[in-house]
Ligand binder design. Structure first.
Ligand code: 5GP
Ligand code: MG
Length: 192
């Protein structure tokens, strides 16, 4: 008799799963195709905002057969809070030259818009040939600075999500799905 297929158990710290591993994979593939339409076979330079965008960047890059260059930029914003407070700061900037290059800026999630506005401004000052932005998630309803990304994976409601690179106090980045962190943990003070 065939063994019944088990549905994978939801992580105990998640309230719900927003996107499964399979849904993410499918959408990332779709984004790769959208990028192809914009860039054709041309070379472009990816600037990834870490740590949050690591998984997304790594997977998206593998959906692209163009020649690409990669650099990462590190921004400090949240700490272990679940709401964006204050002004994001650049902690580690670019090492490669982006002047006259086609640049694709990648972030995990577009929330208030402050981070991507800051980093886009910095890149524009370096005179790239073009600048496009790509985010996996977009919390459109939370914008404080008007910003629309050129490529968006999923539009999501105002929920604090973790997994697939997104963290809470540096945890959960390794979850293969994206889920809503349970309210019990969001309000807990046991994190540092
Ligand atoms: P923004 O500057 O647009 O407010 O925030 C962007 C950054 O805030 C993202 O790169 C991400 O690190 C963090 N962020 C915003 N919303 C969420 C969320 O729901 N979950 C997690 N883990 N990080 C978030
Ligand atoms: Mg981030």
């Amino acid at each position: 008799m065939p063994t019944p297929r088990k549905t994978p158990a939801i992580h105990p710290d998640l309230e719900s799963v927003m996107f499964t591993q399979a849904q993410i994979k499918k959408r990332v593939r779709g984004l790769g195709a959208e990028l192809k339409k914009t860039y054709g076979n041309g070379e472009f330079t990816i600037v990834s905002i870490i740590n949050g965008a690591v998984m997304f960047t790594a997977d998206l890059m593998r959906e692209i057969d163009n020649p690409v260059r990669l650099d990462c930029i590190r921004i400090a914003s949240y700490g272990s809070r679940t709401k964006s407070v204050g002004t994001p700061e650049i902690v580690h900037s670019l090492n490669i030259d982006v002047a006259k290059r086609h640049v694709l800026l990648i972030d995990d999630i577009l929330d208030t818009g402050k981070t991507i506005t800051l980093v886009s401004g910095l890149i524009r000052k370096l005179n790239p040939a073009s600048l496009h932005t790509c985010v996996l998630l977009d919390k459109q309803g939370r914008r404080e600075v008007p910003f629309e990304a050129d490529f968006v994976g999923f539009k999501i409601p105002d929920k604090f999500v973790v997994g697939y690179g997104l963290d809470f106090a540096e945890r959960y980045r390794n979850l293969p799905c994206i889920g809503v962190l349970s309210a019990r943990l969001q309000n807990s003070h046991e994190w540092s």
